[in-house]
Design a binder for this molecule. Sequence first.
Ligand code: GLC
Length: 564
Amino acid sequence: MIGYMSGEWWRRAVVYQIYIRSFADGDGDGVGDLPGIRQRLPHLRELGVDAVWITPWYPSPMADGGYDVADYRDIDPLFGTLADAEAMIEDAHRLGLKVIIDIVPNHSSDRHPWFRNALSSRPGSPERDRYIFRPGRGPHGAEPPTNWQSAFGGPAWRRVPSDRDSAPAPHGGTPDRTAVADEWYLHLYAPEQPDLNWRNPEVVADFERTLRFWLDRGVDGLRVDAATVLCKDPAFPDAPPGAGTAFSYGGGPDHPFRDRDEIHDVYRGWRAVVDGYRDRMLIGECWVPSPERLALYLRPDEMHAAFNFQLLQAPWDLNALRKVIDSSVASMAAVGAPTTWVLSNHDVTRHATRYARLDTTGGGVAPGDRAGPDTPLDPPTGLRRARAAALLMLALPGSAYVYQGDELGLPEVLDLPESVLQDPIWTRTNHEERGRDGCRVPIPWERDGPSFGFGPGGSWLPQPASWGALSRAAQTGVRGSTLELYRAALAIRREHPALGDGGMRWHDGEPGTLVLGREPGFRCVVNFGPATVPLPVHDRVLLTSDPLTGAAELPPDTAAWLAT
Ligand code: GLC
């Protein structure tokens, strides 16, 4: 296996997403941290993944789980120290794991020194120019500058004076109230996340410095948060009806803030920085509607990869999945980029729960589309499908992203008490939408204990009492457990010459089945139909997501890996 992850490792890696607050808590304060990650890294090695992606670990007031960054070149004390981060990167490398970190360029925290200086500076000042301040409309500028909506609900603009009453002045001085005039600032996400001005060369230069800071510390990749919304139409027009928010689809050169063409200059600059190091990569969080628009981010002088969210948005349906797989593979092949596959992440309803719905067409992706406690569900079916989907995903060409807890078959926690909800979506929608906390509940490691081994203390979101049975300890060595299924699949994927990067083709199969071929000698067959079907011709069964029945027959909602 030496050298498996050398070269363009991102073209075939299985990357494990660590949502740092919820992975492992080393110090017992109920929040996951770097010492916790260091303790548990060997388990990820045993699981068989190739890399980890760690969500933001920077100093932050945590208005959006750390996606509100107050200092891009340090670590929040809640998570540890810079020395802990350096030691974690070293540990990971020693274990043969690559490390991808999250970079959040669209917005900073409102507690970033730049924003605090902007608030206490005059309109038109260089301090304000690092963000997007605009005069309001209407009498006394009392109306927001545009009709743009925030991804978390409500207008995407906040007027300065109302904030300044509560915001302390920088360096503890008295706020300069004459400076506020009538300006508003843009926040495509929460008001605590003011948008940076990517037309300002100082912003561009500072981010390149941040990239170097982390690349110098050995990180292997950078996940670019909200990668498509950095550039705004300088004329600040109203958005047309249906334009959506930073979370929705739609965009292109004419959209006021989504997927505008100027954005590519930013990533060309970043690529030049990354190319100064060996074997490092950029992966973009690019929610764009068409494979053609996605491919633009992957031109040879831009990013190396982009998350492909098509699988995650597709229903559990043979034709729908086949279509998204074909279009994903074709569009990436056209630009020579690897396909990436994602079933779940920290922003969407976990797929064991999405697939448990009687109607799986509601993706669980847009904030308003998330399951609530009243959604009718069939959890055993959801888990069967989630396990089959894992085998399908890991058989596809390219790299795959596994969200922490997928390997345990964790469901979404739908009934978190309202009093514990922390996602800004909950407050920003006036408690209409529960938000994303249900997929962020801390991981159960042990059968029992105060937080099922998440840490020596409690956990920042309560774990369901039933999660002891889903813990890593409860599933280890248990034949047929979801954990052992992932382990077996990842071990085969590592060894089998047909898997990872490369080509694929569909083969004919029984009605209701998808038969994916990879050469040499590999088939993945998935049964989406209501009836048990015979397996296609094969030499040997390598792995199945649930037991076969009768004479090697594949039950509904089951996948098999076959040697042919
Ligand atoms: C991305 C992150 C999400 C965050 C948002 C704002 O979509 O994945 O968690 O809320 O950006 O930074």
